[in-house]
Design a protein around this ligand. Structure first.
Ligand code: GLU
Length: 440
């Protein structure tokens, strides 16, 4: 039977890192085995369901590159893929249980009568676990339907896993204690349980289960915060899993090759936002300029930077790429390259341009640069050094005023790269502008 896995989130308005990891592991397992990865929305709690809550899930999965084969948007033969639209299916399975006499009514709720046996779960990560279900005090008969007709998670989750013919249920360890109840339902419905794999919890730095309140625990944080999806997918894959050789930089393709459920750790994983941040910086540094451009364009467009053409944009991106840590920083790092109306940071101007003699140096540098025929980084560097030497001052006396004059700020890409990208005419004009602005 070919592998079928699923990600079954509730639309809470939030795609948590833990949920994203569950989705990733299910996707990896399905892809690795040539199976199908299904997205099923567990939206039985009508009160919480908003369009926004659904789209946060789709957007997060698309962004991470986890395309599903069946589910919302994709369709498939086992739909509908929203629990809120599967009522007739649940009614049918409830009727099966009723016919078997294993459910009863209790103050308007419908409960499932536990067979009160020991349930053995062979979990692919946690191993063989026995759950003694004999005591009704510790294991009361589970409710499967509320008095208002709505369904309880355990029942619809199991019915759907049966109906959708799932072969593997890979989910967070917080569901391990639910598993014996689920197995009881599979048995009662006459179905063979899927293979279970419960993946370790993700903890915060205090050793508590990572929650919504923990900074950076939502995928939206990474999308809006300018992370590269490949960096985040890589980071998330390492939460509870690692390749045998302890490599840390892995593309989704490599992870897919190396991924096995056997390599999943039993120990809890610690969520380390600093590590994710570091990994992201490494990805930005090493990715191709094309990819960097593709990822930064939404931020650049949102900021309304009039960069003209892609040909004009790429050189600007090339010089900031080694410096930025977040894609969302890029507009600020390149904005002044595309307008003559850039602002001067008051502190930077005070230090570099209002300093005694600074404007004289700018004038000397302008005269020297005016003679440069081939406007390239090395030629400009040589010329600036030569000028400093002639004037008997340190190169910094020229570098700082030049940088602030052409960019309005003290920090940015390498000066010579920036001058080269701006071109001769604009650099000389910017020197004049700074001179006019600060000579008063
Ligand atoms: N909707 C459940 C959750 O989000 C799904 C649990 C499962 O994967 O079985 O926790």
């Amino acid at each position: 039977m070919s592998v079928r896995t699923r990600f079954a989130p509730s639309p809470t308005g939030f795609l948590h890192v833990g949920g994203a990891r569950t989705a990733l592991f299910n996707w990896l397992y399905a892809r690795k085995h040539g199976g199908a990865f299904i997205l099923r929305i567990e939206d039985t709690d009508a009160a919480r369901n908003t369009d926004e809550a659904y789209s946060v899930i789709y957007q997060g999965l698309h962004w991470l590159g986890l395309q599903w084969d069946e589910g919302p948007e994709a369709g498939g033969n086992f739909g509908p893929y929203f629990q809120s639209q599967r009522n007739a299916i649940y009614e049918k399975h409830l009727a099966t249980l009723e016919a078997k006499g294993v459910v009863y009514e209790d103050a308007g709720t419908i409960r499932f009568r536990s067979p009160r046996k020991t349930v053995v779960v062979e979990d692919l990560v946690c191993g063989k676990i026995s759950f003694d279900m004999s005591n009704p005090v510790t294991h009361p008969d589970m409710t499967i339907r509320r008095p208002d007709g709505s369904w309880i998670f355990h029942f619809v989750n199991v019915v759907d896993d049966i109906e959708m013919q799932l072969t593997h249920v890979i989910r967070g360890e917080d569901h391990l204690s639910n598993t014996p109840k689920h197995v009881e339902l599979y048995d009662a419905l006459g179905a063979k349980p899927p293979q279970f794999a419960h993946i370790p919890l993700i903890l915060n730095h205090e050793g508590k289960k990572l929650s919504k309140r923990d900074g950076g625990s939502s995928i939206t944080h990474f999308i809006d915060g300018g992370y590269a999806p490949e960096a985040v997918a890589n980071y998330i894959s390492l939460l509870g899993w690692s390749p045998k050789d302890n490599r840390e930089f892995l593309s989704l393709e490599e992870i897919r090759e190396l991924f096995t459920l056997e390599n999943i750790n039993r120990r809890s994983a610690i969520f380390d936002l600093d590590k994710c941040f570091w990994l992201n910086g490494q990805y930005l540094l090493h990715m191709s300029l094309e990819r960097f451009a593709e990822l930064t364009l939404p931020f650049i467009d949102k900021a309304g930077i009039a960069y003209g053409s892609k040909e004009a944009l790429l050189p600007a991106l090339a010089i900031v790429k080694p410096k930025v840590k977040h894609l969302s920083d890029v507009p600020d790092w390149i904005g002044y390259l595309f307008t003559e109306d850039y602002a001067f940071d008051p502190a930077a101007a005070e230090k570099a341009l209002r300093k005694t003699g600074a404007l004289d140096r700018l004038a000397q540098l302008k005269a020297a640069f005016a003679t440069v025929a081939e406007w390239t980084h090395p030629a400009l560097e040589t010329k600036l050094k030569e000028t400093a030497e002639q004037q008997g001052v340190k190169t910094g006396e020229f570098i700082h005023p030049a940088r602030v004059a052409v960019s309005g700020r003290a920090v940015g890409p390498g000066l010579y790269e920036m001058l080269e990208v701006l071109g001769k005419d604009r650099v000389l004009a910017r020197f004049d502008r700074a001179n006019a602005e600060f000579s008063a």
